[in-house]
Design a protein around this ligand. Structure first.
Ligand code: AMP
Ligand code: ZN
Length: 137
């Protein structure tokens, strides 16, 4: 897609600082750098979100995520590392081309994700699980 910033990176129309590449994925430095060493792993082909991802791409993305995560840990020795991936505006996705964030983490670094647990009764978990299982392919 010509108006997609990550497609333009894949086509080398705009620059990116690449750390890893394979058949299905390209890993490059996030321009915003929440912490030094913040990398994005993106699919090469334009796929908007996780719902449109083929199995081979999904496997390749997570293989690259794990490989690059190990390299970030070796290079920056962070206290932790967050893997973050957003689908849709409500989830915080701003670039509509599938990508995974790898963010080196430190105590008190200011990156926050609130986690408003509801702790429903166990019957609710079963009800939710049945709804999902009915649609698994
Ligand atoms: P998200 O909110 O998950 O869609 O994140 C999009 C990310 O893409 C942001 O963290 C941006 O800093 C990053 N980004 C946007 N444009 C570029 C670019 N040209 N090169 C590298 N990273 C980019
Ligand atoms: Zn794209």
């Amino acid at each position: 897609m010509s108006n997609c910033v990550f497609c333009r990176i894949m086509a080398k129309e705009i620059p990116a600082t690449v750390v890893h590449e394979d058949e299905h994925t390209l890993a490059f430095m996030d321009i915003g750098q929440v912490n030094p060493g913040h990398v994005l792993v993106a699919v090469k082909k334009h796929v908007e979100n996780i719902f449109a991802l083929e199995d081979a791409q999904a496997a390749a993305v997570f293989r690259s995520v794990a490989r690059v995560a190990r390299a970030i840990r070796g290079a920056f020795e962070p206290q932790g590392l967050s893997v973050y991936q957003a689908n849709g505006a409500a989830a915080g996705q701003t670039v509509l081309h599938l990508h995974v964030h790898l963010v080196p983490r430190y105590e008190g670094d200011g990156m926050a994700l609130t986690w408003p647990v509801k702790n429903p009764p166990r019957e609710k978990l079963a009800e939710y699980a049945e709804k999902i299982k009915a649609r698994l392919q």
